[in-house]
Design a protein around this ligand. Structure first.
Ligand SMILES: CC(C)(COP(=O)(O)OP(=O)(O)OC[C@H]1O[C@@H](n2cnc3c(N)ncnc32)[C@H](O)[C@@H]1OP(=O)(O)O)[C@@H](O)C(=O)NCCC(=O)NCCS
Length: 335
């Protein structure tokens, strides 16, 4: 299927889908003009992250070739009713792991749209050794992946904060200084090195090694990264020691704490608190009404800090995997 080529979603004939052809949705590759509607769908189905039309377009073109990112839409007329995206993990870590996400508008489910999008994604990832998916708080999503023989391997605790409700005050930090990310100017190399030292770039197979330029294009050039709201802490020698990045959707007044980290040997001194608190105050002052974040369940220090900052834990987002050649209870299509 090339861009622009559309195929009909066949529906579930076993279940008696007798709709005339004209009413059946079409599926085709994602195009730039689909981004607004896709972002609206993700806003509902993927509430723990922030995406806008602009960030979806950026993601589509900012990853290196080895990611093989491809996305699809399901359309009823001009209305987008489903979206899928697939890529190979490329940002450090194990090579050959394919990631898939499929979402269908709630009022259009159980008509075969999810399966059609899924099959296109699986066919695109041919050659991958594993498939991985994540499921938010959605029973239909859970049963969909369980029927495809996925097993859970990880999870994240999803929390939310209304920044206007954060009551914690700042504490003085002798020798440390807060800078807005914007004030870091062209100090990209230092930020990249901070990322590597603080665990932001997972070590991995040689073919998945992240270059500074790949990191810059994907992380720093993300249009959602707000360089006023994102904060860096530097020590007395002007070395980056802690950082808190905020992705902001100003239109929907939503934000995501995408990554907060301190250099390992300086943890436990309140530096992340200093950075995150400043970012939260900025958000409150700029009309943001929700900040979402995800944490490893074992990351008790960060979960404790979030609780003190006023975050409420909402649900567990689960990560699943399966060997790519698995036989699922429902046969994956051949695309
Ligand atoms: C998972 C999701 C994409 C499925 O979308 P969908 O369009 O309902 O998918 P389908 O219609 O192809 O299949 C859904 C189920 O309905 C069944 N079904 C399909 N058409 C049907 C019909 N006409 N009548 C009854 N059942 C039907 C299918 O057999 C399938 O069952 P299974 O999951 O047990 O195999 C959708 O629930 C969703 O958007 N969830 C939120 C996002 C998410 O969690 N994604 C999963 C991670 S990839």
């Amino acid at each position: 299927m090339r861009p622009g080529d559309a195929v009909e979603v066949r529906g579930n004939e076993r279940a008696g889908d007798a709709r005339p052809d004209a009413l059946r949705p079409l599926m085709r590759r994602f195009e730039s003009d689909d981004a607004e509607q896709a972002a609206r769908l993700l806003d509902v189905l993927s509430p723990a992250s922030v995406q806008t039309a602009e960030s979806l377009r950026h993601r589509q073109v900012s990853e290196p070739e080895r990611a093989r990112r491809r996305s699809w839409v399901a359309l009823e007329g001009v209305e987008l009713v489903g979206f899928a995206t697939a890529y190979l993990h490329w940002f450090g870590g194990e090579a050959g792991k394919g990631r898939i996400w499929v979402g269908v508008r709630e009022d259009r489910r159980r008509r075969g749209i999810g399966t059609a999008l899924w099959d296109a994604a699986v066919a695109h990832l041919r050659g991958a050794r594993k498939h991985t998916v994540e499921v938010d708080d959605d029973p239909a999503g859970l049963s969909f992946v369980e029927r495809r023989a996925f097993t859970q391997y990880d999870s994240e605790v999803i929390s939310r904060l209304d920044p206007r409700e954060c009551e914690l005050g700042p504490e003085a930090h002798e020798g440390s200084r807060l800078l807005r990310l914007r004030e870091m100017g062209g100090r990209h190399r230092e930020l990249f090195e901070f990322y590597a030292s603080a665990g932001g770039i997972p070590p991995g197979d040689p073919e998945n090694r992240v270059t500074p330029e790949e990191w810059r294009r994907f992380v720093l050039a993300n249009p959602l990264l707000d360089d006023e709201a994102s904060v860096v802490v530097v020590d007395a020698e002007d070395q980056v020691v802690s950082l808190s990045r905020l992705l902001v959707d100003h239109v929907r007044a939503r934000a995501e704490n995408e990554w907060t980290a301190t250099l390992p040997h300086l943890r436990g001194r309140g530096l992340a608190r200093l950075a995150k608190l400043d970012s939260i105050s900025w958000a409150a002052e700029h009309g943001i009404i929700e900040i979402v974040t995800g944490n490893d369940p074992d990351n008790l220090p960060m979960r404790g800090l979030n609780r003190r900052l006023g975050y409420r834990e909402l649900y567990i987002r689960r990560d699943f995997e399966r060997p790519a050649e698995t036989r699922s209870q429902v046969p994956d299509g051949q695309g």
